[in-house]
Design a protein around this ligand. Structure first.
Ligand code: SF4
Length: 290
């Protein structure tokens, strides 16, 4: 890891990256793409040394409360977080200043912070987002080698359910010829149903490849699935969007199953839900102390 000093902490949409880079090793990781300009080694995590100070100043000055998000670029619950505790320190500030919080992760390290997530949810709003791609545990370990298995993530979702914290699942990416099967989609959705997730985000059954992540992905295909890279190149050439040949039938299954079990699956509706912040709840809490 290495340190950097930053001038700002929140994006225009109130997102923050406490770390840049990730050691979870997902073979399809889009954040490796050159367009994100991570000039350092992807596993050599960049840590904003003044992140907590910046966050406190920003939250103190902000006139309008909102949701604060993290995890859209790289997973914040990397092993390094256990030592740095930047997410935990941020959660304390978010709680103290009365903001809402949402995070995307694939790690059960999030359970360390369940106490704070609960407190934020009781005071304002907290939504935990988890990515699930592969129901088969063996295959999951190949595709996402250094992070919690799908079953462990399912356990997290259930713990959040029991704690009254709403959850959203990202069902992506789905890799053509690898995990684009009915069994896979059905198995993941069964987990979502049991964990009573609020919604499932899905942009279609497929994946995207750009310069930077394409090379890494193909290198891993060569190691893990000999002959698969050739099949990809033959089918998709240099395309950005690689849609599964089973997209239509899998989307039908996805839409029907979500509808049947009352899981929101309209991406627009889910994003609105994620970013809507009701200041009223916070004000009501404050009025209790008037
Ligand atoms: S957890 Fe996310 S950021 Fe980390 S390697 Fe996997 S896809 Fe990339």
């Amino acid at each position: 890891m290495h340190y950097t000093k930053s001038k700002g902490i929140l994006s225009a949409k109130n997102g923050m990256n406490l770390y840049r880079g990730c050691t979870h090793g997902c073979i399809y990781c889009d954040s490796r793409s050159i367009c994100y300009q991570m000039i350092h080694d992807f596993e050599d995590i960049e840590v904003k040394e003044n992140a907590i100070e910046l966050l406190e100043n920003t939250l103190r000055r902000k006139r309008k409360k909102s949701m604060i998000g993290t995890g859209s670029m790289t997973d914040p619950y990397i092993p390094l977080e256990l030592k740095m505790e930047n997410v935990r320190k941020s959660l304390s500030l978010i709680y103290e200043y009365g903001f809402g919080f949402t995070v995307i992760t694939k790690s059960n390290r999030i359970l360390r912070d369940l106490d704070l997530l609960k407190k934020i949810n009781e005071k304002t709003k907290c939504v935990v987002q988890m990515t699930l791609t592969t129901y088969d545990e063996g295959l999951c370990k190949k595709l996402e080698p250094n992070v919690s298995s799908t079953k462990e993530r399912f356990e997290v979702l259930k713990k959040m359910r029991d704690a009254g914290i709403p959850t959203v699942v990202w069902l992506c990416p789905i890799l053509p010829f690898i995990n684009d099967t009915e069994d896979n989609i059905s198995g993941i959705l069964d987990y979502c149903i049991e964990a009573q997730v609020y919604g499932v985000i899905c942009f279609g059954m497929g994946l995207t490849l750009r310069d930077g992540n394409r090379e890494y992905f193909y290198q891993n295909l060569d190691n893990l699935f000999p002959g698969m890279k050739e099949k990809y190149v033959k089918t998709y050439g240099n395309q950005y969007m690689l849609s599964s040949p089973n997209n239509k039938s899998l989307m039908k299954l996805f839409n029907e199953k979500c509808t049947q079990h009352g899981i929101v699956h309209d991406n627009k509706q889910i994003f609105e839900y994620l970013y809507t912040f009701n200041e009223k709840k916070f004000e009501e809490q404050l009025s209790l102390f008037d």
